[in-house]
Design a protein around this ligand. Sequence first.
Ligand code: HGY
Ligand code: MN
Ligand code: MN
Length: 395
Amino acid sequence: MRQDIVAVCRAIAAFTEEPGYTTRTFLSPPMHDVHALLRERMLRAGMSVSVDAAGNLRGVYGGRTARRLLIGSHLDTVPRAGAFDGILGVVMGVALVESLRGRRLSYGIEVIGFSEEEGVRFGAPFLGSRALVGTLDDELLAKCDGSGCSVREAIEQFGLDAARLGEAVMSSDVIGYLEVHIEQGPVLESLDCPLGVVEAIAGQSRYLLRWEGKANHAGTTPMALRRDALTAASRWVVRVEEVARELEGLVATVGQLEVEPNAGNVIPGLVRASLDVRHAGDAVRETALRRILEEARRIAGQCGITVSWEQRLEQRAVPMDVRLTELLAEAVPGAPRLMSGAGHDAMIVAQRAPVAMLFLRSPGGISHHPDEAVQEEDVEAAYQACRRFLEVLDV
Ligand code: HGY
Ligand code: MN
Ligand code: MN
């Protein structure tokens, strides 16, 4: 597998909801194709394979004891994604098991392809890894996508039984979780390093804001009599950027903007806007979030608009497990340590097991974009580092 890790990732990228792009959200039909391709390779590597009630693909390779190392990442993507975000970590896991060629370590390995990490379809991220740690609760199962389909219904439509979610919870003898992931940023490239060891993952706050004005005729309504939801929301979007620029290390993004009724000759009456705020320090992120929401309230008042919001995610920053990370660092001599601005399933798995992450250089620092890439030699370096890591753990 190792010589074609990149090729397998690119083959999986072709399984999409959107021809010509890589778009694969929670348990959409192309996920069956992803499972079929990986199942065949997992079986060939000597693994038992199943899909749990949350749609996580689970490949288990036995060891000499019941102890188990988890290696995984996510198989879903953002819209018009690249080929490596998430998928690389799963394909790498299968390649590492294949490299054992039937040799049994003192521990088993479970490779997990999480069904959903990005939060695109239902606005709630980490559905797959939440099932692994037992927190995919009824409230989350009741969340609906744009078509009114709930998480629970999506599970049933995929051919799974939500009543069996309890069986998806990870076993108690897990010794740790390793996630191999592209950095998705410019740091390793700027240091000219192929690999990096993650120290912590930034916390993130995700909200959906609702700006409500009054739709009206674009030709007959004088400017002074308008309650234009889009101009109010737009003033706020600029302030989001200004507040973020004032705080070192803070990032804030309005990535989604839905306008209703979205017609050129109608004053926008309603705008839904997403908000994504992240920082390594929880106190800084929370302060920035408060300021940004206060700005929304102030601008809405000035414009005669009402604004409300719902929290989509409040995720504290998560440090990697010190001991497991030191063992990983031993396997990657000289690799820099870095913070992850992107969220990862490791944030969730950390609730129940020690976690460590290995980053690969992102050429151009590009991700969540079709130009996302990896360098073959960096994938080989990561593969060799992970093989050394498996040996270090084999005591
Ligand atoms: O958005 C993120 O942080 C990650 O790519 N899910
Ligand atoms: Mn992502
Ligand atoms: Mn990812």
